[in-house]
Structure formats: structure tokens, C-alpha cells
Design a protein around this ligand. Structure first.
Ligand SMILES: Cc1cc2nc3c(=O)[nH]c(=O)nc-3n(C[C@H](O)[C@H](O)[C@H](O)COP(=O)(O)OP(=O)(O)OC[C@H]3O[C@@H](n4cnc5c(N)ncnc54)[C@H](O)[C@@H]3O)c2cc1C
Length: 502
């Protein structure tokens, strides 16, 4: 059996690695970006987990956060995908996130079902012996000790304590809330991407081929079956055939490949000259993310701002006043934003609103139009404004504020009442870089579901989608670990229950 996996990112690398454990399966992992065979051959921007890489291995997408002008939306374009360029925050969603997925037509994705995969993927160096952790997986995770915290992070933790938030030593404890050292998937400064954690061991297998610098333009559909992909390389355009195609091109490109293959909302496709093969209204809809607004502060002592230090060390997970959604907010201390300032991000983790992603013409190389529609839902707006208010409390007085010379944004003289903060959120909410949900999994009875809970495309055989795009809702955590978990689960099913896929 021959399987093509499109996209060597957080999910795709895991699927290719897990599937190729079976020597009877021939796997071709197709990646648009370059592939580096080992860490010694890998450029520094990818190795360096202290900060994210947003230029050298990026797709160059832009998005419209609200109604304002577009902003860059980074996505990794290299083996490892966005896990190879990201900030290495290794946070899990809360159990309720996955129980909600189960209630939305995906009964095999409840917390109890996903926990073994979260455990399998990690080697938690601090809490590996806990029942809800793993200590032998490919992704190493650790937290900075108190004596390793930069002054702004130590002050953030002290301010959180003063403001009444509890200390939570392990932010990934399913019951935890409060201020914590961030769980991070890096060792020293080396980022443990899925290329490092999964592909480095799998790439020696004879049955795994990694085809880098190869762009998938569209699927080949033969009646009701996907039989391969059309690719573009420096040699031109050609076809690759397979018994099964797994799309793991991420929440922005998986729906684009589907739409450019004629699988999507009919009126959207026809409006840009793509002929519609199947009307699938959910493709590109349900764009979820974590909107964020940052407070920016100039420090008294610029020597604490060192661009060679870790960008992230600490996190506060908590629940908005009056909210029924536990841990629906995050406040993140960020080490630096310039040579003499640091930001503190207020982030909405549970969202009710959704955006949309559409093609702008019939050329599969043209980037999509990405409209997030942040803060259009009144509950989202209200809670992000509350998070911003709570974030400002950190720079009003106490240990963190003692480090601050001046709050540069927002201008507090323009008002910090909830209505003023809402106005700021409407104008300034920006992506947490966690797009997902655009190829939603769910029950066949749900008209907006695109794949079933095993990732199988509804109504087209031989086609699976497995990456951040299939998340029905955004989990209350940064999305990398959940994307890897999806790769673990679908990869395992493909390996052990293959006949149900072909
Ligand atoms: C700058 C940045 C910082 C982030 N920080 C964090 C963080 O600290 N913690 C966290 O949890 N999350 C973080 N995220 C988000 C997280 O990394 C993603 O949610 C996750 O990696 C998504 O996994 P995925 O498999 O869905 O897609 P990706 O990992 O993006 O993989 C998709 C892959 O498909 C390839 N591809 C796409 N289209 C094609 C095509 N047509 N042909 C061939 N190949 C194609 C891409 O090049 C890419 O390699 C960050 C993301 C970014 C960009």
C-alpha cells in the first residue's frame, strides 16, 4: 500500500513516522519547504528555540484580524512545519476542550481518549511520572526553574502572587490554574520540532521518502476517490499516485488544496473560477484562533532586555470573571519587544466567534484571503477586554510595575473602563498564531462537518485530513501539542486499522 502525506508539519511528520513503522506501507511525505537531514545541517533560526523564526522559513501569509488592515500571519515552510519555527510553548488544552469535541459529534476525542496520545508524544522532564504525563516520547518538555527566570518573569510571578493568583507548578496538570513556569519543548535552546523528535528517527526507514521542495497544487480525483496529487517542483508539474492521500498541510493550506481540487462551498469556488466537484460548505469556514492584545511597557533598566534570552518563560491561565469556561484566558509575560521594552499579552483562549478563509483566484499558488473576525462575538469582546484589564493590573503596581518606566500601550489617559478597553480590542486584537478549524471534523449529520472523527473525508474515498484544520473548536492552549496529538491518533489508526481507510 502506498500513502502520500501532504505537509511535514506538527501533524504530518508524526503521521509519516507512525505509519512507516509498518514496513508493508510505502509512505511519501511531501513538503513544500526544505528538509534538513540533521541538526548540524539545520539553520540557526530553526535550531534556536529561544525565539520564533518568522522570515527565513515562512509562507508570507497575511490576515485580516478585524476590519482593520492586514497583518503578517507566520506559518512554517520546512520539514517540522510550524513546530520548526514556533515559540516552543508546550501547553495542553483543558480536559473540557476535548469533552466538548466529543459532544460535537466526535465521541472518540473526549479527554480520556486523547490523554494516552498526549502522554505518548512527550518526555516531560519535570513531571514525567505523573499519571497524566509521559516520560518516554519524542518531544522533550521542561520548565525553567525559579533561579533561571529573567527579572521580568520573576517579577511577573511575584505580581501574580500579589494579585491573588495561585502558583501552579505544572500548567499541564489537568486541574491546574494560576501562574506557572511555561512547559517548553526545547532542550537548552534547541527546539524539539516534529522534524527533530519524529523524523530524525524515522528518516532512515527504507519505506519512507521525504520529498522536500515539492508543492502540492491539487488532488487527483477519480470519481468518488482521491488517487494522488498534482505537484510542482523545480522540474515542473507532475503527478504522484497513491492508494491513500493524507492532507496535513495545516489550517490554512489543507482547505486551500481541497478548494483548488473543487471540494468546497460551491458559490465561493465558482466566484473565483474554480469548478465545483462537490459542494462542501464547511471547507474554509469555522476559522478559529486565539485573539490577543498586548500591553507594551518601556523598562527602567534596558539591560534586562536581552534579545538572545528566551522569549517566553511564564504563563498565567485563569478564568474570566463570571465565565463558565474554565481557563478561558491567558496572560503571557514576553521577555522583550524591542531594545528597551517588553509586552504582556492578554489572550482569549475560549472563543465563540469564527472567521473564514477563501481563495482569491483559481491559481493554487495565490495565498488565501484570511478573515478572522475577531471580537465580533460580544462574549469574545467582553472577555478579551476583561483580560486586558487584568493584564494592566500587572503594570499598575507591584513587582512587575517596579521594573517599568512607562506603559507605552495602551495610552491609559484615554480611559481604562471596560468600554474603552473594548474599543481597543476591536481595533487591535491580533492572532495568537493558532489558526485551526477550517476542515472541521464532526458527525455526518452536521452540514458543516468536512471529515469524520477518524479524519476521513465525507463523500470522497481515499482521502484523509489530519492537522489543526480538523479541530472543531480551538483548545484553551497553544495549538502545537494538540496538532501533534492529532497526528499521533490518526497515524495510529492508519497503521492499525488501515482497511477502514482505503
Ligand atoms: C511563529 C509561530 C509561533 C507559534 N508558537 C507556538 C507555540 O509556542 N506553542 C504552540 O503550541 N503553538 C505555536 N504555534 C502554533 C503551532 O505551531 C501550530 O498550531 C501547529 O504547528 C500546526 O500544526 P499543523 O500540522 O496543523 O500545521 P503545520 O505545522 O503548519 O504544517 C503544515 C505543513 O504543510 C506544508 N505545506 C503546506 N501547504 C503545502 C503544499 N501545498 N504542498 C506541500 N506542503 C505544504 C507546510 O510547509 C508545513 O510544513 C506557533 C505558530 C507559529 C507560526
Amino acid at each position: 500500500m502506498r500513502v502520500i502525506v501532504v505537509g511535514a508539519g506538527s501533524a504530518g511528520s508524526v503521521i509519516a513516522a507512525r505509519l512507516s513503522e509498518d514496513p508493508d506501507v510505502e509512505v511519501e511525505l511531501i513538503e513544500c519547504g526544505p528538509d534538513y537531514a540533521n541538526i548540524a545541517a539545520t539553520p540557526f533560526d530553526l535550531v534556536n528555540g529561544h525565539r520564533n523564526s518568522m522570515r527565513d522559513h515562512d509562507w508570507g501569509f497575511e490576515y485580516f484580524p478585524t476590519e482593520n488592515r492586514p497583518l503578517p500571519l507566520p506559518r512554517g515552510r520546512v520539514t517540522g512545519g510550524s513546530s520548526a519555527v514556533n515559540t516552543t510553548i508546550a501547553l495542553r488544552g483543558v480536559p473540557e476542550d476535548f469533552d466538548e469535541w466529543a459532544s460535537l459529534g466526535c465521541p472518540q476525542w473526549g479527554w480520556r481518549d486523547v490523554l494516552p496520545a498526549f502522554n505518548r508524544l512527550e518526555r516531560d522532564l519535570d513531571f514525567g511520572t505523573a499519571a497524566y504525563h509521559g516520560d518516554a516520547g519524542p518531544i522533550s518538555i521542561r520548565r525553567y526553574r525559579d533561579d533561571e527566570l529573567l527579572p521580568q518573569h520573576a517579577a511577573f510571578m511575584a505580581s501574580a502572587d500579589r494579585l491573588g493568583y495561585p502558583y501552579a507548578p505544572d500548567a499541564n496538570d489537568p486541574d491546574a490554574w494560576g501562574a506557572s513556569p511555561h512547559p517548553l519543548n526545547k532542550l537548552g535552546r534547541v527546539r524539539i520540532s516534529t522534524a527533530v523528535g519524529y523524523l530524525s528517527a524515522a528518516r532512515i526507514r527504507q519505506n519512507l521518502t521525504i520529498s522536500a521542495e515539492t508543492r502540492v497544487l491539487r488532488l487527483i480525483l477519480d470519481g468518488d476517490r482521491a488517487t494522488g496529487v498534482v505537484v510542482e517542483t523545480s522540474d515542473g508539474i507532475s503527478e504522484r499516485r497513491a492508494d491513500l492521500v493524507v492532507l496535513s498541510a495545516g489550517a490554512l493550506m489543507s482547505p486551500m488544496i481541497l478548494m483548488h481540487s473543487g471540494l468546497g462551498p460551491r458559490e465561493v469556488l465558482e466566484s473565483v473560477g474554480i469548478s465545483c466537484v462537490r459542494h462542501v460548505p464547511g471547507v474554509g469556514a469555522n476559522l478559529r484562533d486565539h485573539p490577543a492584545v498586548t500591553v507594551n511597557a518601556r523598562v527602567k533598566d534596558p539591560s534586562i532586555v536581552d534579545l538572545d534570552q528566551p522569549l517566553m518563560q511564564t504563563i498565567l491561565r485563569y478564568t474570566a470573571a463570571g465565565s463558565e469556561k474554565r481557563n478561558d484566558l491567558q496572560i503571557e509575560q514576553i521577555s522583550y519587544s524591542g531594545v528597551d521594552s517588553f509586552p504582556i499579552a492578554a489572550v482569549l483562549e475560549y472563543t465563540f466567534g469564527a472567521g473564514v478563509l477563501t481563495p482569491v483566484d483559481a491559481d493554487p499558488r495565490t495565498p488565501p484571503k484570511i478573515e478572522n473576525r475577531f471580537c465580533e462575538h460580544p462574549t469574545d469582546l467582553e472577555r478579551l477586554a476583561l483580560a486586558l484589564r487584568d493584564t494592566l493590573a500587572f503594570v499598575e503596581d507591584g513587582p512587575l510595575s517596579d521594573l517599568v518606566d512607562e506603559v507605552l500601550f495602551p495610552d491609559r489617559s484615554r480611559g481604562v473602563d471596560l468600554d474603552s478597553l473594548k474599543t481597543i480590542c476591536r481595533k487591535r486584537a491580533a492572532s495568537g498564531y493558532h489558526p485551526c478549524g477550517t476542515v472541521k471534523m464532526g458527525d455526518r449529520a452536521d452540514p458543516m462537518a468536512v471529515v469524520d472523527q477518524r479524519g476521513r473525508f465525507l463523500n470522497v474515498d481515499g482521502l484523509v485530513v489530519a492537522d489543526a484544520s480538523i479541530m472543531p473548536t480551538v483548545p484553551r492552549a497553544n495549538t502545537n501539542l494538540t496538532s501533534i496529538m492529532i497526528g499521533e491518533r490518526v497515524g495510529e489508526w492508519l497503521r492499525t486499522e488501515r482497511t477502514s481507510y482505503v
